[in-house]
Design a protein around this ligand. Sequence first.
Ligand code: GCV
Length: 697
Amino acid sequence: MKYKIVFLLVFSTICKADDGYRLWLKYDLIKDTGKRAAYARSTQFIVLNSTNPALKTAAGELQTGLQGLVGKPVPIVASAGGKTGGIVLTINPNLPSINDEGYQITSQKTSLSIAGKTGSGVLYGVFALLRQLKTGQSIDQLSLTSSPKIQHRMLNHWDNPDGSIERGYAGQSLWKWYELPERIDPRYRDYARANASIGINGTVVNNVNASSRFLTAEYLQKVAALANVFRPYGIKIYLSVYFPAPKTIGGLKTADPLDPDVNKWWADKANEIYKFIPDFGGFLVKANSEGQPGPQDYGRNHADGANMLARALAPHKGIVIWRAFVYKADPNADRFKAAYDEFKPLDGQFEKNVIVQVKNGPIDFQPREPFSPIFGTMPQTPLGMEFQITQEYLGFSTHLVYEAPIFKECLDSDTYAGGQGSTVAKVIDGSLHDYQLTVMAGVANTGSDRNWTGHPLAQANWYAFGRLAWDHTLSSESIATEWVKMTLTAEPQSVKTVTDLLLKSREIYVNYNTPLGLSRPWTGVHFAPEPWQNRSSRPDWTAVYYHRADSVGLGFDRTAKGSQALLQYRPQVQRQWNNPETCPLPYLLWFHHVPWTKKLSTDRTLWDELCTRFYAGADSVGGLQKQWTSVKKDIDPETFADVAGRLATQQKEAIWWRDAWVLYLQEFSRLPIPAPYKKPDRTLKEVKELVDIYQLR
Ligand code: GCV
């Protein structure tokens, strides 16, 4: 009996299901006997002869990783003492051909060296080596050199002081403000590890809809406690700031950026912050946007506001990340044009430590958007990229959408700002216009859920964001394959299948959600389909504003005859999208109001093409389910069941989206649903009732 209990305990420990907490950092025993395993097993020691905190972290991570992979402890020693078979970690500020955070891994006979100019560089090198071992890459004659292409690779958390997360779908905030600074949740360190392993080096811990509370001494202590945990992982902390803080917590009568007292208040505040956090990164600011106050409240412009904060931070080497996400409640305006209209005239007027952070598209993280015209038209201002990892418009954490293709589509778009080949990536990595200050930010999809991201496969989006911020030339496919091998399985057929499923997922979602360039940033929770929504406090918070369905056709005319938004792009880009006959179908309805019966390049009419995509998209979710079922034997049972459940919900909701759009648009097109597709089983009224249930409070 006793033995039976012991056996059961041991067995249940071995078979313990994977709850997803370890993310892609699963350094489990390598079972094969190949060279990679032999190499890992032959590592006798790790040489560390420095007290640099990030280097110490690097040694610790290497030790943990190797121990997991080979199942035996690998000691950390101060010197090789003439012995071979070790991995030597070194900081060498004079290393050529890498930047400050780059690394060089080289094999030297029976030893290996991981070197960087800084401790962080070595840390990234360690994670690169572990990745190499874990994904089964050859380590013979290893010679890996890599440097990040973007300087500030950061997560933006839209986390509120009460623990809620704006647009968060994986539980509550990771930050337990009421426990800090005294209690340090071990999860903070695990968060830092995960980020460092993919090269993320900055985090904005609070929502851009900011509370001034974070600038009080009480909260700065809490923020400092987090910064202390993140520092050894090379991660700097930043804060979103509430522009009128000099009034709300400073007792001043104004927050006018040209007022000397206001300037002094911010300078004093910066000094105070740096006393708490000597390596504080800087401020992220949402101002004069969606009701947030800002410099325009005092008749000043964005540059006035940003520059005032920049001057306060400059003595400490901090930066200001000023967001370009702005639009006004003007019934005659096109929201698409707002950011360009406000920011383009300010090009070249920002202080050196200011970067303007631009969302990838002109509207708001839609399933597909053309790149923001700002990227091609502000050559004298450093521009940062803001991607959204959390799935605000992508089915929350229920629908599977692998986002690397969304990020890549934007990064690889040609702005023509300096002639052909002037991609968005070259704008934001500073190479096109020769600037040093560069940022890529991702609005985080993390939360207190045990697996961090709600949907287990949404971890791939966090991972892909980090990998692309490090190197935007990586392909969506290579990142997906790497993530699958790190996280789910090493079985070649299943790796292929899951990679394929990830790569397809975005296009499938677009098809049933917003095909042919439709968009849907209407008001509310952004979950349920509501193309009929036409009432709101602002016209640009209705659905009808965006799709413009009428008896003639569908889509928003943004050509010279319409809102003229297309004119904000360089002429070469305009030419690609200006003609409805040749405009690529994914962007068609972004720029044109197209008649229902117009024949498209697919030889189908607009109406038939729309229906085809809505139906094919919804049907394809069934294909994803089949693919997932086919890998069951190679996936941890808990993860398998979790994803299978979410895919089943996605299947149901994809049909819901399809039915809502098709039945609603049919009221305008007055055309039948083309064969072989069948009319939805429900009526528009029934679909609306279902949506109402989801909106109930
Ligand atoms: C943080 C969209 C979202 C808001 C978000 C805003 C922004 O409008 O729906 O939740 O606010 O973008 O990016 O500032």
